[in-house]
Design a protein around this ligand. Structure first.
Ligand SMILES: *[C@@H]1O[C@H](CO)[C@@H](O)[C@H](O)[C@H]1NC(C)=O
Ligand SMILES: *[C@@H]1O[C@H](CO)[C@@H](O)[C@H](O)[C@H]1NC(C)=O
Ligand SMILES: *[C@@H]1O[C@H](CO)[C@@H](O)[C@H](O)[C@H]1NC(C)=O
Ligand SMILES: *[C@@H]1O[C@H](CO)[C@@H](O)[C@H](O)[C@H]1NC(C)=O
Length: 397
């Protein structure tokens, strides 16, 4: 009986068990299907995520491209703006110089005084800077100031200062046999005329406005029978030497100053000569002792509309103007050392005036130009800066 009872219990247990198993199986099936569904969704998310990621990547790429393009456009815009700036500058200058044609003459007295005070202070500073000239590596960056000193008779002429002896020499006109010596600028500016200076009469007449004085020697151009440069000792009034210059057809070096066939500039050891060959201005380097020509260059600066030139540190600055006269400007530069690049040389405008320069003589000690402008004696003070190449350290040995 007992075994029957147990069998019954076992059966019911088994039944319960199988029922439990059934439930369990159901649960498992359910869970599995949920898992599958979730896996599906996860897979979907992954896919979406990937797509999203690649979309983001694409977007980033596009954004980067866009930014780059924007950057390029900006650069171009900047360049355009710069170009426009330069053009505005140029137009401004052109207007400046058109204006000068219509404005009345500047008041000489007022300009004289204000510039004079400044000049005195600056002169004091400059005194210490004498003879740093041997290291000559500078270009003219600006015409800083102007002083109108006097008005002596003739519209054309030259005045210059011996940078060694500091004496002033005045040549009134374009062909004479006399010149005048003054011991200081002040002596000239306060003089009532040229007669208060020391009168020097030369053995032959000078022609044009190309003369120069250095260390007590006058180098002047004479056109008696042929074109000569004459070296003259001003101390004991004697001709030291003379040489014939190879100038073609009596052609003037500057188109706007037909009387000047040759323009001379003397410094420590060199005598420079500017003269005409064809349509351009040529430069000769002469030995100031022997008057030998050592080297010649074609500066490629046109003679047409040139009125004068000056030389600073082996660089020729040719000054141009128009007829009738307007605003003078340096528009062509030639460096014998080929160190001043075209772009480096600035376009220099002279202060507003209308005259026409008949000569420009640079004094390296004072860093100023003695100019004769339509009968006025003017001093232009220059700002110099190092040539760009001088900033590059020399190659090591
Ligand atoms: C300079 O020369 C001109 C003529 O060439 C003359 O009229 C004038 O008086 C001269 N000036 C002086 C200060 O001698
Ligand atoms: C040079 O000057 C002298 C003296 O004034 C004059 O007689 C001569 O005609 C001048 N020469 C030229 C080419 O102007
Ligand atoms: C002038 O002086 C120099 C030296 O200073 C001399 O050689 C020359 O002979 C002198 N000339 C005259 C004419 O006195
Ligand atoms: C140059 O000028 C001089 C002096 O005026 C004259 O004697 C000579 O004949 C001229 N030469 C030429 C080529 O015109």
């Amino acid at each position: 009986m007992k075994s029957g009872f147990f069998f019954c219990v076992l059966l019911s247990l088994l039944a319960q068990l199988s029922q439990a198993q059934y439930h369990y199986q159901n649960l498992m099936n359910y869970l599995e299907s949920r898992m599958a569904a979730m896996e599906e969704r996860i897979a979907l998310w992954h896919e979406q995520n990937n797509r999203y990621n690649s979309d983001i990547k694409k977007f980033r790429q596009q954004a980067a491209d866009l930014l780059e393009k924007l950057g390029r456009d900006h650069e171009k815009l900047r360049q355009d703006l710069e170009g426009a700036g330069v053009r505005v500058d140029r137009v401004e200058r052109e207007m400046d110089y058109i204006e000068t044609k219509n404005i009345p003459k500047p008041c000489v007295k007022v300009a004289d005084k204000t510039v004079e005070q400044k000049a005195v202070e600056k002169q004091q500073k400059k005194k210490d800077q004498m003879f740093e000239l041997t290291v000559c590596d500078q270009i003219v960056s600006n015409i800083r100031a102007m002083k109108i000193l006097k008005r002596l008779g003739s519209p054309k002429g030259i005045w210059t200062r011996d940078s060694r002896t500091a004496k002033i020499y005045v040549f009134n006109g374009t062909s004479e046999d006399t010149l005048y010596e003054f011991s200081t600028v002040k002596e000239l500016s306060t003089s009532s005329g040229l007669s208060t200076g020391k009168q020097i009469t030369l053995p032959s007449a000078w022609n044009g406005t190309g003369h120069t004085v250095y260390d007590g020697f006058l180098y002047y151009i004479s056109e008696r029978s042929e074109l000569q440069v004459i070296k003259y000792n001003l101390e004991n009034s004697s001709v030291v030497d003379r040489a014939v210059l190879p100038v073609q057809d009596n052609m003037s070096v500057y188109g706007l100053n037909p009387e000047t066939l040759v323009d001379l500039f003397a410094d420590e050891e060199v005598l420079w000569a500017l003269y005409a060959v064809g349509d351009t201005i040529n430069l000769a380097k002469m030995d100031s002792d022997t008057l030998d020509i050592e080297q010649m260059w074609d500066t490629a600066c046109p003679r047409k509309n040139a009125e004068a030139a000056f030389i600073v540190c082996g660089t020729v600055y040719v000054v141009y103007n128009t007829r009738p006269p307007s605003r003078s400007r340096v528009q062509c530069v030639f460096d014998v050392n080929e160190m001043v690049m075209g772009g480096e040389a600035p376009l220099l405008y002279f202060p507003r005036r209308f005259g026409a320069h008949s000569s420009l003589k640079y004094n390296p000690v004072e860093r100023q130009v003695y100019a004769w402008d339509d009968g006025y004696q003017i001093i232009y003070r220059l700002s110099l800066q190092k040539k760009l190449w001088a900033l590059v350290p020399p190659p090591e040995e």
